[in-house]
Design a protein around this ligand. Structure first.
Ligand SMILES: [Zn+2]
Ligand SMILES: [Zn+2]
Length: 344
């Protein structure tokens, strides 16, 4: 049996490289040699805390769910891909049979198998086997790094779709991390007028470069006041991507009467004080977002056509034997890193 390298989170803050059996593609699967993996906030969270809510790392786990690579072998029955194809991997494989899957909202499938979510292993490895219909072919003008970043971009594209964004709408985005920047770029595809806030100047400078019409530093002034000044009357849609209690609470104040609030970030507590008088009196639509569904192909097309820039979001790269360094670096350098990638 062929061997390959795999990087495990053994326990909190302990990463270990191991040699394991290289997988063989089954019916309808391809074997993908992983070329780029984005480091995500959730990877860092598992590394630091060993759990996210009810998902607990109980045995060694391979992290990484934002990945792209090259097809090196195809299993029986595969028709859409061939050896040599470059692919981005959509990391959640649903059951395809339940009510939610049949309705097309497969992100809500209770049996979804999602990479790097315990007990399912992720992509900090040399090879993975993957169902062909969740491996999306990358056009020649896209790099593996861009392929990996289709994952966070998909959250932004899906959120703007779910919000029913229309051309020229006034959009407020709270938080300019990778998801905030992805949402910003997805909103700009609609020609939205976007104001975005963060407490980090480095991230705001990226937001400006990526097309934000107005940047708001929430550390040096009253962000709500600045949003209301800019959108005189409120925003049509407010996207919360920072995942903090104050930004989540602020959403009802930034939205216009009849506007929408889209909660993408996860506040660090299940229950927070939220102004439901605003929700009623302003007749706000408050929408939750859980990952994404049916947007990978379109997200790839947007990048390939040059409407969305993922390349400049990659600020640092590491090798497979530096996964621990990559996680530590991404965790501690939010003022100089946007997206850190590992290239096996
Ligand atoms: Zn992610
Ligand atoms: Zn299902």
């Amino acid at each position: 049996m062929d061997k390959m390298k795999a990087v495990y989170l053994e326990k909190v803050k302990e990463i270990k490289m191991k040699e394991i059996e290289k997988p063989t593609p089954g019916e309808g699967e391809v074997l993908v040699q992983i070329k780029s993996v984005g480091v995500c906030g959730s990877d860092i969270h598992y590394y630091n805390h060993g759990r996210i809510g009810d998902f607990i790392v109980e045995k060694p786990l391979i992290l990484g769910h934002e990945s792209a690579g090259k097809v090196v072998e195809v299993g029986p029955g595969v028709t859409s891909l061939k050896v040599g194809d470059r692919v981005a991997l959509e990391p959640g494989i649903p059951c395809r049979k339940c009510e939610h899957c049949k309705e097309g909202r497969y992100n809500l499938c209770p049996d979804i198998v999602f990479m790097a979510t315990p007990p399912v292993d992720g992509a900090f490895v040399e090879y993975v086997t993957f169902p062909e219909d969740f491996a999306f072919k990358l056009p020649d003008n896209m790099s593996y790094d861009e392929g990996a970043l289709i994952e966070p971009l998909s959250v932004g594209v899906y959120s703007t779709e779910r919000a029913g964004l229309k051309a020229g709408m006034k959009v407020a985005i709270l938080g300019a991390g990778p998801i905030g920047l992805a949402t910003l770029q997805a909103a700009k595809v609609y020609g939205a007028d976007v104001a975005i806030s963060d407490i980090n100047d480095f991230r705001l400078s990226y937001a400006e470069k990526l097309g934000a019409d107005k940047i708001i530093n929430a550390a040096t002034g009253d962000a709500l006041e600045k949003f209301n000044e800019y959108f005189n009357g409120g925003a049509d849609v407010v996207f919360e991507t920072a995942g903090t209690v104050p930004t989540t609470k602020m959403t009802t104040k930034v939205a216009k009467r009849g506007g929408k609030v889209v909660i993408i970030g996860l506040a660090p507590a299940d229950t927070i004080n939220y102004n439901f008088v605003d929700v009623s009196a302003k007749e706000l639509d408050v929408l939750g977002i859980f990952r994404y569904a049916n947007v990978y192909k379109r997200s790839i097309d947007l990048v390939s056509k040059g409407e969305i820039d993922l390349k400049s979001m990659v600020t640092h790269s590491f090798t497979l034997d530096q996964v621990q360094e990559a996680l530590e670096f991404a965790d501690k350098n939010k003022d100089k890193a946007i997206k850190v990638v590992v290239r096996p």
